[in-house]
Design a protein around this ligand. Structure first.
Ligand code: SAM
Length: 380
């Protein structure tokens, strides 16, 4: 498929090039942030499976340069306008509701560059450099990667400690990890879940109490077991689908907030969390409203108004399942990732912002060239 047909088929692919993002994934993070206010109070971030680096670009531009995008940029503009109105004595409305500029200040003026920002990006692939980002070439499934991350976060104060150093220095761990998809659905889902667990085990060792974890997940048959395990470590777990993620894809993101190690549980790198691992379930706040949907599912409306579906079953395995509330993020008016758009006549297709530095297919291309092209061997 040529560049320009991809432009037509995928609005986000085109927009990414127009706006200078290395990959269309940037929009997924921006749309997740629009809904969950992910970067509120955040200065230290680890971006796992980061290449080619569009999520790191988002982090760099929001946290280091103090830029804002999408709905955030619109809100900021509104805030500026209402601030200007306030200067003319036209601030709050008559019932005293907060106006946009106050809400903006409520975020601690975070749309300005922040101090002491530390961002570490990790990927199997090398990543072209980005302002303010320390990038490491490494495998997140390898235990030594965590030592390298901790060293990169605090090179001056890091003390080599095989056990948990106890410093817990990170506000947010992101993981957009994806395996090379084989097309065998069950295998792809399984490998994806292993990447998610690797990211989670890493997060358990570096997140601050109250920290956040966001990771790509494929919504397969047993995804509710993963949600249930995440809920043991985070007070809020959502399954979120940004509008820039194709509706036709199984892809979604778990957004986990309020990191908290359950009482009696010790994070042990030798006994990582994975499917089937036993984790004590922390006590939950009293539910204020419950309604039974059928014999096996219970819809609970929590104090904060979020509606949660829980299983009621005599089957031991079913008791381990939990369905995270589903959230669609991104404006409804945003581009549809599954639609094909007609482009204006004479439009020039742009080159990618950052071509891959060492793509895994490079060697295959070299071999093919040596063998005289795609049909070189068979035509002899
Ligand atoms: N978030 C990235 C961005 O915005 O540019 C895109 C990430 S891409 C969808 C998935 C990445 O996962 C690939 O770059 C791949 O190399 C990486 N990956 C897969 N398995 C990995 C592993 N075990 N350790 C580190 N990175 C891994």
């Amino acid at each position: 498929m040529g560049k320009s047909s991809k432009d037509k088929r995928d609005a986000y692919y085109r927009l990414a090039k127009e706006q200078g993002w290395r990959a269309r994934s940037a929009f997924k993070l921006i749309q997740l942030d629009e809904h969950f206010d992910l970067f509120s109070g955040v200065t230290r971030v680890v971006d796992l499976c980061a290449a080619p680096g569009s999520w790191s670009q988002v982090l760099s531009r929001i946290l280091i340069k103090g830029e804002s995008f999408g709905r955030r940029a619109w809100e900021e503009k509104q805030a500026e306008e209402s601030e200007a109105l306030q200067d003319h004595g036209e601030g709050k409305d008559e019932v005293g509701r907060k106006d946009a500029s106050e809400e903006q200040k409520g975020r601690g003026g975070e749309l300005r560059p922040r101090e002491n920002v530390k961002i570490v990006a990790v990927d199997l692939q090398p990543m072209a450099s980005l302002e303010g980002i320390t990038s490491l070439k490494g495998d997140i499934t390898t235990p030594s990667t965590i030592t390298r991350i901790l060293q990169a976060l605090d090179p001056d104060t890091y003390v080599d400690d095989a056990e948990d150093s106890g410093s817990h220095p990170v506000d947010l761990v992101l993981s957009d990890g994806a395996p090379d998809v084989t097309g065998l659905h069950d295998l792809d889902i399984y490998i994806q879940s292993q990447l998610l667990y690797s990211a989670l085990n890493l997060a358990l060792r570096i997140l601050k109490p109250g920290g956040k974890f966001v990771a790509k997940v494929f919504r397969g048959k047993d995804v509710d077991l993963i949600y249930a395990q995440l809920r043991c470590f985070f007070t809020d777990v959502h399954c979120a689908k940004p509008r820039s993620s194709r509706a036709s894809s199984l892809e979604a993101f778990v957004v986990c907030e309020g990191f908290n190690i359950p009482k009696g549980y010790k994070v042990d790198p030798k006994r990582p969390v994975g499917l089937g691992a036993q984790v004590p379930v922390p006590e939950r706040k009293k539910k204020d409203k419950e309604s039974l949907i059928d014999g096996s599912q219970r819809r609970t409306v929590r104090e904060d108004g979020v509606s949660v579906l829980e299983f009621e079953s005599d089957d031991e395995e079913d008791k381990n399942r939990w369905i995270a509330p589903f959230v669609a993020c991104g404006d409804l008016s945003a581009w549809d990732a599954d639609a094909t758009y007609h482009l204006p006549k004479g439009r020039v297709s742009l080159d990618p912002v950052q071509p891959p530095t060492a793509p895994p297919y490079k060697r295959a291309l070299e071999l093919r060239r040596q063998q005289g092209g795609l049909y070189g061997r068979t035509s002899k």
